[in-house]
Design a protein around this ligand. Structure first.
Ligand code: FAD
Length: 322
């Protein structure tokens, strides 16, 4: 393990190859074995002050340093007042005893929870040819978008950031780039061995939230897996209702697919219409119309429908926030 004293030093270590980043370290130890002999060095970035803190951006949005803890994110006044979906997702995203150490960057970059991957099966994600969940125990796996690999993306925060239109700032050996979170996560059809667009020498440095216009409402609701506390199903939703019409809406599902799953179908059902309980139910049905549950996870479809109804009613002002 090396402790990086600057971002440039951290990137130099990563560029040498075979290295992984450690931030809060709450997940890394449990997932190092997935990379097997490919990881020979851990680069501790936890001392890098430039990756910490919260700032207003020139456009009126908010910058969150990737080393901010889940507690910092959840309870920050600007996050609570303008980005409720993010505050709620950060609260859900870890146990109270580790939320003070776990970072938002680590949450977004954590490896999948799929038990076949974690038990060192040579599956598609580990570089093999098969997804063992397809015909195995798939009760917690994907119901959408799981063509080659049926894992679900483990982060609660990722869908909230996609719903809020946030962007990732990444620094690596090739310089700085800014990517919308909607394009940051990689579906298995593009690359089934990586969860996001980070290269081996890249570090996620900041989360950039756009300004939140007056009247925007957002939320995150989920149902938890009893054994580990991870999401069985989650819905991040944001909407702007003007003169009884849905002017803008975004709907993103957690624990449904290998990436945070944006439901354009539900959004199309809602956009430009007067929000009513009936419209919201129709949107929930649209979101589930293409679901392809596996043998053990059919229950997820009804769970998502219920969470979609609750979340969309809430952001359209038809239901009180929880
Ligand atoms: C018991 C338990 C329950 C949990 N429940 C949930 C849950 O319900 N929902 C949920 O969303 N999460 C859950 N988590 C995951 C938890 O939120 C993450 O473990 C935590 O946020 C990771 O943060 P960290 O700083 O400790 O990351 P680390 O452990 O340091 O790193 C995690 C991964 O991210 C990479 N990484 C970290 N920071 C960066 C960076 N800035 N740039 C590039 N790569 C980086 C590391 O290389 C590593 O692969 C749970 C974890 C535990 C242990």
């Amino acid at each position: 393990m090396v402790v990086a004293r600057s971002l440039a030093e951290a990137i130099a270590h990563l560029s040498a190859g075979g290295a992984r980043v450690a931030a809060g370290g709450t997940e890394l130890a449990a997932s190092l074995h997935i990379d097997g002999p490919r990881t020979s060095k851990v680069v501790d970035i936890s001392q890098l002050d430039e990756l910490k803190g919260f700032d207003r951006t020139p456009d009126g949005g908010l910058r969150i340093g990737a080393l901010s803890t889940l507690d910092d994110v959840c309870f920050h006044p600007a996050v609570q007042s303008a980005y409720a979906a993010l505050s709620r997702a950060a609260l859900a995203a870890d146990r109270p005893d580790t939320r003070a150490r776990a970072t938002i960057g680590g949450n977004l970059c954590q490896r999948p929870r799929c038990w076949y991957l974690r038990a060192d099966y040579l599956c598609v994600r580990a570089g093999g040819d098969l997804c063992f969940a397809a015909d195995g125990d798939n009760r917690y796996h994907a119901i959408l978008g799981g063509s080659r690999c049926h894992m679900v993306h483990p982060s609660d925060i990722a869908p909230a950031l996609v719903a809020l239109g946030a962007r990732a700032r990444v620094v690596g050996s090739a310089g700085v780039r800014v990517t919308p979170f909607e394009e940051f996560f990689l579906p298995p059809g593009l690359d089934s061995t990586r969860e996001n667009t980070l290269g081996p020498a890249d570090i996620l440095t900041d989360i950039l939230l756009p300004p939140s216009p007056a009247g925007w409402a957002s939320t995150y609701r989920r149902a938890s897996e009893p054994r580990t506390g991870y999401a069985l199903a989650g819905v991040a939703a944001a909407a702007l209702v003007i003169e009884k019409t849905v002017a803008e809406v975004s709907v993103v599902l957690a624990a449904a697919a290998p990436v945070p799953w944006r439901s354009r179908e539900a959004e199309a059902q809602m956009a430009g219409r007067q929000p009513t309980p009936r419209l919201v139910r129709d949107a929930a049905d649209e979101a589930m119309a293409d679901a392809m549950p596996l043998a053990d996870n059919r229950y997820k479809v009804d769970l998502f429908r219920a969470l979609l109804v609750e979340s969309l009613e809430e952001v359209c002002g038809l239901r009180r926030p929880v």
